[in-house]
Design a protein around this ligand. Structure first.
Ligand code: ADP
Ligand code: MG
Length: 459
């Protein structure tokens, strides 16, 4: 119920103050708890800056609408990180709403035939074109293949199957294909359909006896773009229906493009004959972008919002542990918004102010896994590698850095650290600490690297 109230609240504020406020500020906080007895709404804020900003700008919005939504006359708004230590234990439960920041370019809300008449230059999804897609070694092949299919529909790579992790540009590419085709020939019927909507559409077609209409819809299209096809897994009947749609379109040489979070063979619960169809054209992957590509993406995104960001700001944002462009973009939006709202130029200082949390490690309560995860963005090793006995130079260094950060950023003992690395003897940890401390004394670049890691971990 709290979740719905939060959602309703965001809806109201969106109407009242605009979606920019919601996306940039309100979605950065989350509703933690409603204490009906004391009439206190507890909120989580990711850092001091967001908290202060909300308190000075939006408190009234919170009070007005929450009291209405919760049906009380008055209420208090309390940010949980403002509480004294003792109190905190009483409110420290699991989060109700994940604190997240969704960039302004959201996926389109409606399942839509991208029809000529509805093709609107200013619509959100029209940002998703080839021109705004930054190409790097991580997505080159997927990009080239997507461009190629628009030139020779149904003839070159059919189907085209794009796969990669979340927020890496699959939907963007699918939309780019749709937009490109529509721009060159308005008579081509392009259908963009996320697989989960396909599933729902199919279920309701069965339920309401509209299966003929459902089938007819898919007969008349020239290009079918199915986003996140993995959602069809374990849905046998839907797969069956889709199999026929696929075959019909394919036999008519209609272009089909899929996106997925994994390689066809890795999608569980897929009928074999469907899986083999997915693989029979071209399969191209999208990887996490390199540091340089992240910078290029940030600069392109800034340019698209008519902003210029200094290289050092782009580089600072890119160096934070975002492996997902959606998050990278979210951080950029927040920095730009802050600059424009406070009428300040976008500098490194400002970006740090916006993106770094208050450095109170005790409160943050870093755990080992967070440290290992942060390291994985900088070193090509898994936890298993770190735990292994392999003493290759780079791997040893990564392991020592991990141990050093664990000692520094947590309250855990040397024994506990050794145990985490599956070592019985904690002398390895002592040795690691010494190695890193020695190096820190002599190597400034290394010092910066360690500081950056610390910042990432505790923020
Ligand atoms: P996915 O569908 O893979 O989860 P999206 O296509 O929704 O990811 O991309 C998430 C966000 O990242 C979108 O705003 C998109 O424009 C942006 N994005 C991803 N890759 C690129 C890229 N190579 N160039 C520019 N923007 C990108
Ligand atoms: Mg997507």
């Amino acid at each position: 119920m709290l979740y719905t109230i939060w959602e309703q609240f965001l809806e109201i504020v969106k109407k009242e103050a605009g979606s920019r406020v919601v996306e940039t500020w309100l979605k950065a906080v989350s509703l933690h708890r409603w204490d009906a007895l004391q009439k206190i709404v507890y909120l989580n804020a990711p850092n001091q800056f967001v908290k202060e900003w909300i308190k000075s700008n939006y408190l009234l919005l919170f009070q007005t609408h929450f009291s209405r939504l919760l049906n009380v006359d008055t209420l208090k708004i309390v940010f949980i990180d403002t509480l004294v230590h003792n109190d905190q234990s009483t409110v420290e439960t699991t989060k109700i709403v994940p604190a997240q920041l969704i960039p302004l370019t959201q996926e389109p809300a409606e399942n839509q035939l991208v029809k000529a008449t509805t093709y609107n230059k200013h619509a959100l999804n029209c940002n998703y074109v080839f021109d705004t897609f930054v190409v790097g070694p991580n997505n080159q092949m997927a990009y080239a293949a997507a461009r190629a299919v628009t030139k020779k529909l149904g003839k070159l790579y059919n189907p085209l199957f794009l796969y990669g992790g979340s927020g890496l540009g699959k939907t963007h590419l699918l939309y780019a294909i749709a937009n490109d085709i529509k721009a060159s020939n308005k008579n081509i019927e392009v259908l963009y359909q996320p697989a989960d909507r396909f599933v729902n559409e199919f279920i309701s077609a069965i339920r309401f006896d509209k299966i003929h209409r459902f089938q007819a819809k898919y007969k008349d299209i020239d290009v079918l773009l199915i986003d996140d096809i993995q959602f069809i897994s374990n849905k046998e009947q839907t797969q069956e229906a889709f199999f026929h749609i696929f075959n019909n379109l394919y036999n008519d040489q209609k272009q089909i493009v899929f996106s997925s979070d994994s390689y066809p063979a890795d999608i569980d619960g897929l009928a074999e004959r469907l899986r083999s169809r997915l693989e029979m054209g071209l399969v191209a992957d999208i990887q996490v972008p390199s540091f340089e590509t992240k910078i290029a993406i940030l600069q392109r995104k800034a340019e698209l919002s008519d902003e210029q960001i200094p290289y050092e700001v782009a580089s600072f944002i890119a160096s934070r542990s975002f492996n997902n462009i959606r998050e990278l973009e979210g951080a950029l939006i927040r920095v730009i918004a802050f600059g424009s709202l406070t009428k300040q130029p976008i500098t490194l200082e400002l970006a740090k102010h916006v993106l770094l949390r208050a450095k109170n490690t005790q409160q943050v309560g870093v755990d080992f896994d967070v440290i290992v995860k942060s390291l994985s963005y900088h070193y090509p090793y898994t936890l298993a590698d770190l735990r292994s006995r392999n003493r290759a130079k780079d791997l040893s260094l990564a392991r020592q850095v991990a141990m050093y950060l664990m000692k520094k950023l947590t309250n855990k003992s040397l024994h506990e650290i050794a145990y985490y690395f599956e070592r019985t003897d904690h002398s390895t940890v002592i040795h690691a600490l010494k190695q890193i401390q020695d190096r820190l004394r002599n190597d400034q670049t290394f010092g910066n690297h360690i500081r950056q890691l610390e910042e990432e971990i505790i923020s």
